[in-house]
Design a protein. Structure first.
Length: 268
């Protein structure tokens, strides 16, 4: 799960607000007032370029108690590294990652040739995020992101991702019914919507960015890492240049360490 909102994304979405009216939507730490907040938020979204389809998706959103429960209970990031690796099934991810690379070497070699990111890192992320696509979430994306934006704890963090989600609806990349993880993350590698909007790649060339498609998802993941400063051919373990880029994927140190360790073992 990505927890870093990029400076460039912030700047891009902030630029849309320069002519917008003063913010009116008021956050809350309970579900009370959510429907009224949606009306205010829809007006703000319209001022920031969100179209009719995106605004309709927002108005159809429901307050997600499951999202709030998940946001309050992220225990695994407090584990030791060894406990975290065990809980996340690191050995299985490594084994399956190697098998996937062996089965489709040209695909992963092509991604590395284009973006400079080795297969091990992409496969470790893919395995960690969704078990290689086996479970990409069961929570309505717009409802999850709207709930987190309405919630006062991290409104400023999630608001640009809400606008991103609504713009993705306008573009047809997702719909009002699209599902993802509890925090609204999308697809095989669980992109937050604002990052999906900014870094999304049409890897299979069908004219649509669809992060539930493996080629689009891994192309987008590799592009994200490259745009965040990945240096082709350099190391990604702690203390090496590209470890700093893994930090951009997830803010939890134990997660960063796990990706680096599993990626190296897959690449061996």
């Amino acid at each position: 799960m990505q927890t870093v909102l990029t400076k460039s994304l912030t700047a891009m979405l902030f630029s849309l607000t320069l002519t917008a009216p003063a913010l009116a939507a008021t956050c809350s730490n309970t579900s009370s007032g959510f429907d009224a907040w949606k009306v205010d938020m829809a007006q703000e979204a319209k001022a920031e370029g969100v179209g009719e389809a995106g605004r309709a998706a927002l108005m159809g959103a429901s307050y997600s108690k499951a999202t709030i429960a998940a946001d309050r209970n992220q225990k695994s990031f407090k584990y030791t590294l060894q406990k975290f690796l065990s809980v996340r099934g690191a050995d299985a991810i490594i084994s399956q990652g190697r098998a996937r690379e062996k089965k489709n070497p040209d695909f992963y070699a092509g991604l590395e040739a284009q973006y400079g990111v080795p297969a091990g890192v992409l496969l470790a992320i893919h395995g960690m995020e969704t078990g290689f696509g086996n479970f990409m979430g069961d929570t309505n994306v717009v409802s999850a992101i709207a709930t987190l934006t309405f919630d006062c704890r991290r409104t400023d963090f999630f608001r640009p991702h809400l606008i991103g989600a609504l713009l993705l609806v306008d573009q047809g990349s997702i719909s009002a019914k699209s599902v993802g993880a509890k925090h609204g993350e999308l697809g095989h590698t669980q992109f937050l919507p604002g990052n999906a909007l900014q870094y999304g790649q049409d890897g299979n060339g069908d004219g649509r960015i669809d992060l539930t498609n493996l080629t689009d998802a891994l192309s987008t993941t590799a592009n994200y890492l490259r745009q965040k400063g990945w240096q082709p051919g350099l190391g990604y373990q702690e203390g090496e240049p590209n470890f700093a880029v893994i930090k951009e994927w997830n803010a939890a140190k134990v997660y960063q360490q796990a990706i680096a360790l599993m990626g190296a073992k897959i690449d061996r």
